[in-house]
Design a protein around this ligand. Structure first.
Ligand code: MOS
Length: 727
């Protein structure tokens, strides 16, 4: 039985394509009430009057909740934090009369149907006493304060080495606000049970995080709240923290003792976390032979007034290349906006833009090929942690990626390659992401029919978790894929971390593997007690739903029966292996991009991408490839399309819809070739798997920018690279 490594289809695919997979806002219920959120139209101030009389006068409108009439909540007055909270005090919807940002939820209308609730919401009258506000990071950068999470301490003597280096560069880059925009908007369906307990279907990356949050905020005990998230239509980080529709829906359900659903509109998807705008400064000094002598990376990110959101923006510059004189700085500017939130490869997707564009500029300044420059400065250790890598096949990524792309045919001269009126540019960049592992638990239960059920309270946000966990269970238990059910998305299942950080396979996968191994131990014990041939057997094999030794086999179902109980069940709590402690663990990538730029019009298309990935063992190449494809598409979007624009006069987003917030569509995407290079890693975890959820996006935007420079001779350092900047 070799389930691991096969490009199997999704085990949940049929449910999804036939519409049987239900998402948070789709669970039907007799007498369900619908909530619609009324949002602030000003960026800062106080609500002086809120009048819902006209809304309440409509037949079918049941209630309008606001800060004045909301129920008293157990922990609204204390600081409370969720599992992915930032430093500070989390946002509390309907807490008081203060308006902290434009789009803030100020009231919840509950009605018999959604259309009525939305219409009634438009009739709620709100008056404000407005106050001056600031939403422009650029204008306030001088007020930046150090992030509470500090980057690694400086090493060597950056300033001296930088100023005396043969070549030295001082470069500024900027990246805009971006919003997650998963296909499925955030929604919570709170099913009020006859006994007063709550069953909640929520759009989340962590049902246990939401369970704990609701329990704490509403002062309930843990048997009173159960959170489900069987299917999630994309999240990308937006579901790491409980979003405000959840407490609002619960507030209404508890107040009315009824089932309530609150779904956010697409525009309201722009009223909570996002990828923060950053300003970056890259200072690089190199010897004439290409050796990096000094590297300084300063990033300023925006945050809210109530929380300091920090991510790893500059760390990567201290680890991707060997450099003995490094200075990393990370600062935040609080603005009158909502707190940013992790978004696919949080921090890395931003910081690696600065780093990898600057490396390209350095390659040009030195007259050294960009791949060669990276090889000259290859990091054999992670100097941030002063540890060796558990594995690192980045050299192979450069080599295999360059070969697949045809990099050796590149003329390094900008504007030297063309196809008719189109300038052709070839650019590349490297990428890096952490290979983390968290504690996780899993349960395995084998019944007397040989059916195996494995469970853990993780989610599948479209990544393929159902499938991959089933493969790991099949490989370990010897039970056929078709006889295995993997259960997730239920807070009552064994503890799992948030699905995020690319650590689900390494964390939950390890727990699944260990649970199945523990099951095997029990089965073997039964076999030894029951069958003489197994008593002495030294080598046994679990395969095809049977236990084998030499030429004798017994079915696992029979062993369960022999055990005398209806089923065998084991639960394990897995932890990161101690072996990891002496090492740095990371995934790496090399991305090669071809752009075609119309010389007259400045229109730009990414025609080809080769993404070579080193991520340890790939459990399912089909699903892993899809993760990388999604990351590459998003990277192209970061380079060319995505930007949430604020009108700083109003402190309000201008393009908060999918019509005006541009993301790549099929017609924008050319050929994407994904290569997984071989990487054996016995330290990272027993599966040897590092995770592929985020590495695919890292470096892509820089590679596109570098290709644009190669095509046109123009450096655009202010992202996204729109045609007005290229012309
Ligand atoms: Mo990911 S940004 O860790 O959901």
């Amino acid at each position: 039985m070799t389930a691991i490594g096969k490009p199997l289809d999704r085990v949940d695919g049929l449910l999804k394509v036939t519409g049987q997979a239900r998402y948070a806002g789709e669970f039907p219920e007799q007498g369900l009430l619908y909530g619609s959120v009324v949002s602030s139209t000003v960026a800062k101030g106080r609500v002086t009057r809120i009048d819902a009389a006209k809304a309440l006068a409509l037949p079918g409108v049941v209630m309008v909740l606001d800060h004045l009439n909301r129920p008293k909540l157990a922990s609204y007055d204390d600081a409370f934090a969720d599992a992915d909270a930032a430093d500070g005090s989390a946002f509390r919807p309907l807490y008081n009369d203060r308006v902290l940002y434009s789009g803030q939820p100020l009231a919840l209308v509950i009605a018999d149907n959604l259309e009525l609730a939305r219409h009634a919401g438009s009739l709620v009258e709100i008056e404000y006493a407005t106050e001056p506000f600031e939403t422009d990071l650029l204008a306030l950068q001088e007020q930046a304060h150090p992030s509470p999470q500090t980057p690694p301490a400086p090493r060597g003597n950056f300033q001296a080495e930088w100023s005396t280096a043969a070549v030295h560069l001082d470069l500024h880059y900027s990246t805009p606000i971006e919003h997650h925009n998963p296909m499925e908007p955030h929604a919570s369906t709170v099913l009020y049970q006859p006994d007063g307990t709550l069953h909640i279907h929520d759009k989340t990356q962590g049902p246990q995080n939401c369970q704990a949050y609701v329990q704490k905020v509403f002062g309930l005990d843990n048997t009173q709240v159960r959170v489900f998230a069987a299917f999630v239509g994309g999240a990308f980080g937006s579901g790491l923290r409980p979003q405000y529709q959840l407490p609002l829906a619960v507030m209404a359900a508890l107040a009315l003792k009824r089932s309530v659903r609150v779904t956010l509109t697409r525009q309201q998807m722009f009223t909570f976390g996002y990828r923060p705008r950053t300003l970056q400064r890259l200072q690089m000094g190199a010897a004439a032979n290409g050796r990096l002598m000094a590297l300084g990376h300063t990033a300023i990110g925006q945050t809210s007034r109530f929380e300091d959101f920090s991510e790893h923006v500059v760390e990567w510059s201290g680890m991707l290349y060997h450099c003995d004189n490094v200075q990393l700085t990370y600062k935040l500017v609080p603005l009158d906006v909502y707190t940013p939130l992790d978004m696919r490869a949080p921090g890395a997707a931003l910081g690696v833009i600065g780093l990898e564009c600057a490396m390209d500029e350095l390659a040009c300044a030195l007259g050294i090929d960009p791949v060669q420059l990276r090889l000259i400065n290859y990091a054999e250790r992670n100097q941030n942690e002063d540890k060796p890598w558990s594995s690192k096949a980045l050299r192979e990524c450069y080599r295999e990626g360059a070969e697949r792309f045809g990099w050796s045919q590149r003329n390094p001269e900008p504007r030297s390659m063309r196809d008719g009126r189109q300038l052709i540019g070839w650019g590349m960049a490297g990428g890096v992401w952490e290979a983390m592992q968290m504690k996780a638990s899993a349960k395995a239960r084998l019944d007397a029919n040989g059916k195996l059920t494995v469970s853990s309270a993780t989610t599948d946000i479209g990544t393929g978790t159902y499938t991959v966990m089933t493969q790991i269970a099949a490989q370990t238990s010897g039970v056929a894929m078709g006889d295995i059910s993997f259960l997730l998305g239920d807070s009552s299942l064994p503890t799992a971390p948030l699905q995020g950080g690319s650590f689900t396979v390494s964390s939950v996968g390890t727990a699944v593997q260990q649970a199945c191994e523990a099951l095997n131990v029990k089965l073997l014990e039964i076999a030894r007690q029951t069958y003489p041939v197994f008593k002495e057997a030294e080598t046994v094999r679990f395969e095809g739903g049977q236990l084998h030794t030499r030429d004798v086999s017994v079915s696992l179902a029979q062993l369960v029966k022999d055990g005398g109980k209806g089923a065998l069940e084991v639960q394990v709590d897995s932890e990161p292996d101690k072996k990891r402690e002496g090492y740095s663990t990371a995934t790496h990538s090399a991305v090669f991009v071809e752009v075609r730029v119309d010389e007259d019009l400045g229109t730009l298309k990414v025609s080809r991408v080769v993404s070579a990935i080193a991520a340890g063992r790939v459990v399912n190449p089909k699903m892993a490839r899809s993760q990388i494809l999604g990351g590459v598409v998003w990277g192209i979007g970061m380079a060319l399309h995505e930007e949430t624009q604020i009108d700083h006069q109003l402190g309000r987003y201008m393009n908060h819809s999918l019509a005006e917030y541009h993301i790549p569509v099929n017609a924008d995407i050319g050929d994407i070739d994904v290569v997984f290079v071989e990487e054996h890693d016995e330290i990272v975890n027993a599966l040897g798997s590092k995770g592929v959820g985020e590495i695919g996006i890292v470096g892509v935007a820089a590679a596109v920018a570098n290709a644009v420079y190669h095509a046109t001779g123009k450096r655009v350092r202010d992202f996204p690279i729109t045609l007005d900047k290229v012309l």
